[in-house]
Design a binder for this molecule. Structure first.
Ligand code: 13P
Length: 270
């Protein structure tokens, strides 16, 4: 049985005071929950603040990005050893926002965003390998744009992102990954993907993982859904056999709603 994961991606929200308040409130509400792996991914500036707030709880800490070099002249980047020294055990890799793939794009602006954020399939693959080498658990994000879905390209896009992410990894490394399917059009829009359709795409991802490893390894890997996960849709999502939890943005920024998501995920264990 796969233990569900509920991960809060705080994105570029919370100064240190706000991060402390939020993490302390979450720790207070759900810090001792056992049937759900709970992860907070605050901005890098708040990692150590959040670490202090979740001390002695079952909540783990994750970063939102990593660079693959260990140290050097890479202004603004953060290495694996730096994240580990802040107490991180997880790192989100290849979020659509880091790939410069936002919903409702404005054509000119999108080109600028892609230059600024700039993750590609190749950089995502390097970052996964770097994270694994420092014993950080990568939470690897994949997902299609609205235009790609409308063009019937969802499976093709997801398949090529998964294949690129896995390039050069051995089965015993793939076994350590967590995947998150986040359709870009569902992120921050309130338009959650239909639970059955999310389940179908997660099943596709699991079949790709099985091809790269084996059925038994693929059955162990947690695959999350992300995109407008809220307390009012989490139960339906968690009822789906392939959905092992959520990667949550907006609803992770309030202790009450994130607590409800965790309770629902833990309850899905029966
Ligand atoms: P929302 O939950 O705000 O849609 O964000 C999802 C997401 O991008 C998590 O990584």
């Amino acid at each position: 049985m796969r233990i569900p994961i509920m991960a809060g991606n705080w994105k570029m929200n919370c100064d240190n005071e706000e991060a402390w308040q939020l993490a302390a409130a979450i720790a207070d509400q759900v810090g001792d929950v056992q049937n759900c792996e709970m992860i907070l991914c605050p901005p890098a500036t708040a990692l150590t603040t959040v670490l202090a707030a979740i001390e002695d709880t079952n909540i783990g800490l994750g970063a939102q990005n990593i660079f693959w070099e260990e140290s050097g002249a890479y202004t603004g980047e953060l290495s694996g050893p730096m994240l580990v020294s802040c107490g991180c055990e997880y790192v989100i890799i290849g979020h659509s926002e880091r790939r410069g793939r936002f919903g409702a794009p404005d054509e000119d602006f999108t080109a600028e965003l892609q230059k600024v954020f700039g993750d590609t399939d190749a950089s995502v693959n390097r970052k996964i390998k770097a994270a694994l080498s420092y014993e950080l658990t990568p939470i690897v994000c994949v997902g299609e744009l609205l235009s790609e879905r409308q063009a019937g390209q969802t499976d093709e896009v997801v398949t090529s992102q998964v294949h690129a992410a896995l390039d050069g990894l051995a089965a015993d490394q793939i076994d350590l990954l967590v995947f998150a399917y986040e359709p870009v059009w569902a992120i921050g829009t309130g338009e959650v993907c239909d639970a059955g359709e999310a389940n179908r795409v997660l099943g596709l991802i699991r079949s790709l993982l099985a091809e790269a490893t084996s059925d038994s390894v693929a059955q162990e890997i947690r695959i999350l859904y992300g995109g407008s996960v809220k307390p009012d849709n989490i139960v339906g999502l968690m009822q789906q056999p392939e959905i092992d939890g959520g990667l949550v943005g907006g609803a992770a920024l309030q202790a009450d709603s994130f607590g409800e998501l965790i309770s629902a995920a833990a309850a899905s264990m029966g």
